[in-house]
Design a protein around this ligand. Structure first.
Ligand code: ADP
Ligand code: ZN
Length: 236
């Protein structure tokens, strides 16, 4: 993976995002970048949403393979703004999808003041819809790395978070964030991702696509043929 740190001068602000499905290696990559910043003797502060306490308690960023770095749990983007020291050079934020929309403004301000901001978060909720402020975060960052996991059903690259409750796919109506719920997650590809009782808007869109008699311009291989050049009158 490209090493963005290479392009940094001392006080050049920058926002980078590591995103993708769960199990895709976001935390591993975040930990790698933080460790390299420490090797480079940068002053680093690490935060994570306090909603995530899956692996090692809330005071640490941990990957599924067990490596980790210490992190300060935060409830809101405002808390991050308050806690960053003036001489901090790198701010890392994990599980950023759980934070409020204000995070976009906070990281913009940090980068404007010369801070390198590294964020990791899953881009879609269990329904396959944009998660919280992730749309704005991805749009405003200088750099985005979107990682794949492996679909546990078919072995293809996985991009979707499959929520399971008692081993069964969770319905679309269940809440986006279930704190302390009994649900489990799997990484799946688009084809194997299941969201039962799915939202009517999407179903009716699919029906409309299937039945719509209007014929929009459909490009085929034939469309590649360049029309013969028209002879142009020679003007004097
Ligand atoms: P994330 O932060 O994106 O949830 P982690 O960095 O915590 O991901 O974990 C990534 C690790 O999870 C991989 O290196 C691999 O060892 C393990 N893993 C478990 N299940 C899968 C899967 N379905 N696809 C890819 N990696 C997986
Ligand atoms: Zn699959």
């Amino acid at each position: 993976m490209k090493d963005i740190a290479l392009y940094h001068g001392d006080r050049q602000g920058w926002v980078e995002v590591i995103t993708g499905v769960m199990f895709s290696g976001k935390s591993e990559e975040m930990i790698r970048r933080v460790r390299r910043a420490l090797i480079a003797r940068r002053r680093v502060q690490v935060f994570k949403s306090d909603l995530d306490d899956r692996y090692a308690g809330v005071g640490r960023i941990s990957s599924h393979d067990g490596s980790g770095v210490d992190a300060v749990p935060v409830r809101s983007s405002f808390e991050i703004a308050e806690l960053v020291h003036p001489d901090t050079q790198v701010v890392a934020i994990d599980e950023v999808q759980f934070l409020d929309d204000g995070i976009v403004e906070v990281v913009e301000a940090l980068a404007d003041h010369g801070v390198r901001v590294i964020m990791a978060g899953t881009d879609m909720d269990f329904r396959g819809l944009p998660f919280g402020a992730m749309g704005g975060i991805l749009a405003t960052a200088e750099s985005v790395d979107k990682l794949f996991a492996i679909c546990v059903v078919c072995g293809n690259p996985a991009t979707r978070n499959q929520r399971l409750v008692d081993g069964r796919p969770a319905p679309a109506e269940s809440p986006t964030i279930q704190v302390g719920g009994a649900e489990e997650y799997e990484a799946r590809c688009r084809r194997c991702h299941e969201v039962p009782a799915e939202d009517r808007a999407q179903t009716s869109l699919l029906d409309a696509l299937a039945s719509d008699p209007t014929d929009p311009l459909v490009l085929t291989h034939e469309s590649l043929r360049v029309p013969p050049a028209r002879s142009r009158p020679i003007s004097r």
